[in-house]
Ligand binder design. Structure first.
Ligand code: AMP
Length: 494
């Protein structure tokens, strides 16, 4: 199927072509016609499936009908509201809205917390048809009477599971009360809990159900590799792997904010340009870190699970789990940053004995036995750690990360193998510390959804995201939404 067959306008098709997309992804094939017909949609989709374009393209098409070029703000009320859980996702979705709508006379803006509200007030007051927002900041604007939602025609809840995890349910309920009852609702979620089912039940009217990848499935394009290593050896092995494999752009996951900062410092000492991204960083720092990483100015982005959720980085070849996540589902989300839209990816995990249970949990969840590899050329050295550390520091003092970043330079590899190992009481204590990221400690939605109890008259639609030429096209996957028996009978599917 081609984009031309989906009922989009020539201006939108031109913008799609500018993006270099040749064919719609499965979620786009399914969601676009349904949304264009004005139906409510419940989409079971993770990032990396093309879901943003899946809802943005038809949304633009529907709003395009009454678009106008009037200068008056009153002629540009908020007609589509896209709610997202995080600032990063807000910015990404906003970028998509701008790119896909660049030939249309529709105005859009983005509002999120953690930054001064004044500029946002100016943007909103000027009049916008499409508003991308995080729930808390949206309510701040409403309280300040800088915007109203009485003309909203389309509501999108993106990463609804994450929004509930982050405690946005009361805000969402409040926001829904402020919109006209007559509107189109689109909800996307990677996982389905009882809470999500409840929300879907109250929000959606006879939704079309769309599923594009089996829950907790991982892309065929990702190669998983495990390196067995003592906790105290992890840093040295990580540095070795980055240098040996000459990794140019790698996202590294750490469980805690402090751990991420500590690791970032150590990598700098080894001449590896990097930035850390987590809940303690302000918006400016996070945006800057992400931008620099995307532009290739920094080699490594060290992130916690919460901060990395929803990050869309083109052609990210490697994700490294410096520590395995406590929750196996977070492994799926972490490695979902690689192997996207047709590109191959590598998910490397540094696993200590203490993490055996986590490893087992991940293997059970994704139904893949992760391959264990030996790192060639890496020799754990349990002696002279202090001496080695100070040698490394001396060696790398001249490599000022900020300087390298300012000049857009990549860090030069310094030596083949850097060894500084050895067991150390402090490291042991650290590794047994509990995660400190407050959001991280919240449970991640994991229950499988049985929509028969939750949703009425689901249309059975399934299919997987065919990622380019090499993908296994049209692979059928188990449906997230199990249609009720009665409906199955109606559809003659017994
Ligand atoms: P998303 O799942 O919305 O986060 O999108 C994941 C990535 O897929 C983004 O980098 C999009 O630019 C890209 N993408 C979306 N639709 C297509 C398409 N039809 N063909 C190729 N890439 C796409």
């Amino acid at each position: 199927m081609s984009f031309e067959q989906l009922g989009l306008s020539t201006d939108i098709l031109r913008a799609i072509s500018d993006q270099g997309y040749t064919n719609p992804t499965p979620i786009q094939e399914q969601a676009i016609p349904a949304i264009l017909e004005g139906k409510d949609v419940m989409g079971g989709a993770q990032t990396g499936t093309g879901k943003t374009a899946g809802f943005t393209l038809p949304l633009l098409r529907r709003l395009e009908f009454h678009a106008n070029t009037s200068m008056s703000p009153a002629r540009h009320p908020v007609r589509a509201l896209i709610l997202v859980p995080t600032r990063e996702l807000a910015l990404q979705v906003y970028e998509s809205v701008k790119s896909y709508g660049k030939y249309l006379p529709l105005r859009s803006t983005v509002i999120y917390g953690g930054v001064n509200i004044d500029k946002q007030i100016d943007a909103v007051r000027a009049g916008v048809e499409i508003l991308v927002a995080t729930p808390g900041r949206l309510l701040d604007h409403i309280q300040q009477k800088t915007l109203v939602l009485s003309k909203v025609e389309i509501l999108v809840l993106d990463e609804a599971d994450r929004m509930l995890d982050m405690g946005f349910m009361p805000d969402i309920k409040q926001i829904i009360q402020l919109m006209p009852v007559q509107r189109q609702n689109l909800m996307f979620s990677a996982t389905f809990s009882t809470e999500i089912k409840k929300l879907a039940n109250t929000l959606l009217k006879q939704p079309v159900l769309i599923e594009v990848a089996k829950q907790n499935s991982v892309s065929d394009l990702v190669t998983h590799v495990v390196y067995r290593v003592e906790p105290a050896q992890k840093q040295a092995l990580l540095v070795h792997l980055i240098k040996q494999k000459n990794l140019k752009q790698v996202l590294i996951f750490n469980r805690t904010k402090h751990g991420a900062d500590r690791l970032a410092k150590q990598l700098s000492l080894h001449g590896i340009t990097n930035a850390a991204i987590h809940g303690d960083k302000n918006q400016l720092q996070r945006t800057q870190a992400l931008d620099e990483f995307k532009q290739g100015l920094t080699q490594v982005l060290v992130a916690t699970d919460v901060a990395a959720r929803g990050l869309d980085i083109d052609e990210l070849s490697h994700v490294i789990n410096f520590e395995l996540p406590n929750n196996p589902e977070d492994y799926v989300h972490r490695i979902g940053r690689t192997g996207r839209a047709g590109s191959k990816g590598f998910a490397i995990s540094l696993v200590s004995k203490e993490e055996n249970a986590s490893l087992q949990g991940i293997e059970q969840l994704i139904k893949i036995k992760l391959k264990i590899e030996e790192s060639s050329g890496f020799t754990p050295n349990t002696q002279n750690q202090t001496k080695e550390k100070s040698n490394v520091r001396k060696k790398t003092e001249s490599s000022n990360t900020d300087h390298a970043r300012k000049n857009g330079a990549r860090a030069k590899p310094r030596g083949d193998v850097v060894r500084f190992n050895g067991t150390n009481g402090k490291d042991k204590a650290r590794s047994s510390r509990k995660p400190e990221d407050p959001l991280f400690t919240q449970p991640y939605v994991s229950e499988k959804m049985h929509a028969d109890a939750a949703l009425k008259e689901p249309a059975k639609l399934d299919g997987s995201f065919a990622r380019g030429k090499n993908s296994r096209q049209n692979k059928q996957v188990a449906a997230l939404f199990t249609p009720p028996v009665a409906d199955k009978r109606k559809q003659g599917e017994q």
